[in-house]
Ligand binder design. Sequence first.
Ligand code: SF4
Length: 322
Amino acid sequence: MTTAAPARFPSGPELQELHTRINTWFAGIARDLPWRGPACSAWGVLVSEIMLQQTPVVRVLPVWHEWLKRWPTPAGLAGEPAGEAVRAWGRLGYPRRALRLHAAAVAIVQDHGGKVPDTYAELLALPGVGSYTAAAVAAFAYGRRETVVDTNIRRVHARLVSGVALPSPALTAAEMRLAARLLPDHDGTSVRWNAAVMELGALVCTARAPRCGDCPVRDSCAWRAAGEPPPSYVPKGQAWHGTDRQVRGAVMAVLRLADVPVPAEMFQREPADLGFAPGGIGVPLAALHRLNSAPEQLDRALAGLLADGLAEVHDGGYRLPA
Ligand code: SF4
């Protein structure tokens, strides 16, 4: 199994040189993303961090803009049913994140006067906010020195310092210690470092094919110095076609467009048989029907959505939570 313990830990001037090179590279190449601008509110940063956890930037951007336009403050979202958050989540995937954001907005209004709290501990206490999101919001919204560790940062640390192709499948305490030791002392520099290493992992030190020729620290990279050893495990792919997740996604697409509860039998019949004209809810119903799921898989998908609070039964049909 891969270990993320550092082969040789950079320190002193060598570490400072890493900070300078990566932060300088970032200053010249950073993508102009709206949640990075000085005008973005802490709420905008929190929304972006939760949306970006499992969804690429290009898909997040339009939904983030729509959310911030509709709910510019936590109070706006908290004042609407959770189902509206799920509806507006659209096709970002993993829609439980919409419920988490809604629950966080409610707690921010109830416990913090509608203002996103500014400390790691208070952020972590919000429902649905984990250690990564709490650290990221404290750092990127409030300029605090926090150890931010996401997938991209873990991969850069693993290669650059630990000399392995991939970090461990799950985050380890050793990785957190490594990230904490690499963090610059100065608040502002540490915030830039967190963002810069994340960007390096997203754009250059990518999972499948790192573009080392474009890397600002290639001559310090432990993985290259070790002869670019292959990963010690094969990362699990995210299967999609034919999975329960795909069926759940297709059912959610129907519920997002439905303005009345949808009876279970509708999920299994051809939209044309149900008398739907082309367009409207007939489109996601037809997409669901094309999956040709076994009845038990559809039952599992519906039961899972109920269990996760993403749907509820009302008047003999399914709808988004009120
Ligand atoms: S040199 Fe290559 S592997 Fe090493 S940190 Fe840079 S991009 Fe990643």
